[in-house]
Design a protein around this ligand. Structure first.
Ligand SMILES: CCCCCCCC(=O)SCCNC(=O)CCNC(=O)[C@H](O)C(C)(C)COP(=O)(O)OP(=O)(O)OC[C@H]1O[C@@H](n2cnc3c(N)ncnc32)[C@H](O)[C@@H]1OP(=O)(O)O
Length: 141
């Protein structure tokens, strides 16, 4: 996805519903849409200048989204309480046969501000390649 920061704490991201994203016949998979919402709201949080992780994410799938559609996501920060960052986002089809001003799905998120040490225990698993462990093809196995 590509993102643009707009006025205030809001970001806009675009995603093309490619055929490899198919869920039901001819439509985008809900998990792909969920991931895009997560990314878009996470990107809005990055404008705060602090690292966050997703704590809670809810999605309302309002309309089926045909493959080939170009989707435009908009996300913003709605509020903050202590480490909690509340976000919302919606998506429209902006190019393709089903393009219109209608909102086809919405999302609300809760992101938690974290310290860099949050990821320290997972360093060994970065990129899915645990270090310090024997790997397949290792002649010492
Ligand atoms: C470009 C960047 C895009 C990034 C987008 C993608 C981001 C991701 O996908 S991150 C991956 C998915 N998420 C994760 O792996 C997170 C896994 N969960 C965790 O690590 C922890 O549960 C974490 C950090 C979210 C919260 O744990 P912790 O830091 O101990 O917070 P904790 O003290 O329990 O709670 C803090 C506050 O948040 C609230 N809270 C925590 N989790 C939740 C939740 N799931 N729902 C509601 N409230 C919650 C607590 O009630 C508490 O509220 P209050 O301040 O009012 O008392």
């Amino acid at each position: 996805m590509h993102f643009t920061a707009t006025e205030g704490i809001e970001v806009v991201g675009r995603l093309t519903a490619e055929s490899r994203y198919q869920g039901g016949p001819g439509v985008i998979h809900g998990g792909i849409l969920t991931t895009a919402f997560d990314e878009t709201q996470g990107m809005a949080c990055m404008l705060l200048g602090t690292a966050v992780v997703t704590g809670h994410l809810q999605i309302d799938f309002a309309r089926p989204i045909p493959l080939g559609s170009v989707l435009e996501f908009r996300a913003r920060i709605d509020g903050m309480i202590r480490r909690k960052v509340y976000t919302s986002s919606e998506v429209r089809i902006v190019e393709g046969a089903a393009a219109s001003d209608e909102i086809v799905a919405t999302s609300r998120g809760l992101f938690l501000k974290i310290k860099p040490e949050h990821f320290t225990p997972m360093q060994e698993f970065v990129d899915g390649q645990p270090t310090g462990l024997p790997t397949f093809g290792d002649s010492t196995l």
